[in-house]
Write a protein that binds this ligand. Structure first.
Ligand code: CU
Length: 200
């Protein structure tokens, strides 16, 4: 009798050892952060989105995103988060992880004339790089500010220029250009720190 009881206990222990409850459970997902929350795409262009699940304290946790589009006829999204511009319009791309959802607004433009509708300007060594950025009309330029204070002040004589960006740092700020033309800009903090956006 005692021997049988011992065997039963061992069997129970072996069983519970294989139970998933003994491995650490992933922390509860409180929010889902996307690498891009707002972007413009041309028809046929693609954009890779990534989703990061965060706990309530902002710690990165684990989880696989399930992607969906509010308008797959405007912008479709693959199971790995690759967005494709399909036709002109606006679509919301969502990533669901652990019951929470993060989303990005994707504006698809048939315009652009073959020029990119998204570009980035960085600020290495108190310069704007590249000096000249060429985008299609309706395109967006993201200014990536590093650890040094800069501003972006557009030539006030240029009609259709976007709003200036006042002194800031460690932030990405986007400006959309809806008017064709050449838009010179300066950082007034650093004499000679200049750039141009050409909108085609
Ligand atoms: Cu500057």
């Amino acid at each position: 009798m005692h021997r049988l009881f011992a065997v039963a206990l061992i069997a129970l222990a072996a069983c519970s050892g294989g139970d998933s409850s003994t491995s650490p459970a992933p922390a509860t997902v409180a929010s889902v952060s996307l690498n891009v929350t707002n972007a413009q795409l041309g028809v046929g262009q693609t954009l890779q989105l990534t989703a990061t699940p965060l706990t309530s304290t902002g710690t990165v946790t684990t989880g696989t995103a399930t992607w969906s589009s509010s308008a797959a006829g405007v912008a479709s999204v693959s199971p790995s988060g690759l967005v494709s511009g399909v036709s002109a319009g606006v679509a919301t791309i969502s990533a669901a992880i652990g019951g929470r959802t993060g989303s990005a607004t994707i504006t698809v433009s048939a315009a652009g004339g073959g020029f990119p509708l998204a570009a980035e300007v960085t600020m290495p060594g108190n310069t704007f790089s590249p000096f000249l950025t060429t985008i299609g009309v309706g395109g967006t330029v993201t200014f990536r500010f590093g650890s040094v204070d800069h501003n972006v002040i557009f030539d006030p004589s240029k009609q259709g220029r976007p709003a200036d960006i006042q002194i800031t740092r460690n932030v990405n700020i986007a400006r959309t250009f809806n008017t064709r033309g050449l838009f010179p800009y300066d950082c007034t903090v650093h004499p000679g720190m200049s750039g141009q956006v050409e909108v085609k």
